[in-house]
Design a protein around this ligand. Sequence first.
Ligand code: CP3
Length: 361
Amino acid sequence: MRACRRQPVERVPVWFMRQAGRSLPEYRALRGSGSILEAIAQPELVAELTLQPVRRYGADAAILFSDIVVPAAAIGVGVDVRPGTGPVVEHPVRSRSDLARLRPFEPDVDAPWVGDAVSILARELAVPLIGFAGGPFTVASYLVEGGPSRTFARVRALMHGEPELWFTLLDRLADMAVASLRSQLDAGASAAQLFDSWAGVLPPHHYERLVLPATTRILAELARSHPGVPTILFGVGTGELLSLMATSGTQVVGVDWRVPLDVARQRVGPDVAVQGNLDPALCTATIDVALAEARDVLTRAGDAPGHVFNLGHGVLPETDPAVLEAVVEVVHAEGRAGVVDPTRPAAAANRPGGRAPGVAT
Ligand code: CP3
């Protein structure tokens, strides 16, 4: 939480997007084969799946086990999350009459299990819980395309061809994100991440005009209801968007692996923290490769406060958890961004009876 606010820290914090999931044997054992949306409706199961990676990795934050399409599914838009594919929308949202299916999302009524899971986790976790919602472009892309897309042609044709319909759609999706994030924060989440994962497909002048206003509104409404709560805005392939994302009102900008973190820091400026950005693909290589790259990320993050270590995107299912365990040890032992006293084995204070791994005493 301090790193998000660009305050001094005892050690550089680390968590991983998609830290829960198929790379973990304990996840595969517990999750079973049903739809992920059914799993998400079981608070005890969600709590356990959220806790698994925190226990294994000693991560400094938990991310709620959920999905960006949960609110849309909960109001009956007709979304299924297919294994190996992702969200699929049977009747895509492409016309004004389709908008009628996007009624307001009431978390306590439509998806009370999310708040129940967050409450359990707020009691059980010793580290902050990050709540999340899908960013407006990314959720719109699934609803308009009807599923994952390589070109995003339909959604981009719509945003330019029918701007009025587009802005109405984004407005509804922004309201949905605000309602969802507020209820997660009310139930005990400590921070909020907005996953606008696919926004990087847009050029900056279109992102600025057609997406950023909705994102800015989401963050402003959160700041009003939950002043000071750390927010993280993330997308993939956003090198050309980083400086715009930094103007959204977010405290932290998530950076993918394509932009070196020292360059990313320049692009977002001194008033925003960065999160990232180890290449997830390199975590499927040898431990030596992953650690060399992790050290490069730490070096590029520099000494100034405001770095939350993460991957540049989610953990790939084929990742060996032992690699991520080693990455966490190196980040805790060697990370310097905002660390109060770099000569002190800072991690020792947080490990019962232990000293920081890899730190000479
Ligand atoms: O550990 C965590 O990060 C928390 C859980 C989480 C999931 N989805 C669980 C999940 C989070 C934060 C998400 C967000 C999400 N969902 C995003 C944004 C993050 C990103 O990756 O950019 C997006 C784009 C989605 C949509 C989605 N849901 C996709 C693309 C997939 C993968 C489909 C596949 O099988 O390859 C899903 C399914 C999904 N969501 C899984 C998990 C663990 C895997 C499938 C399963 O176990 O059923």
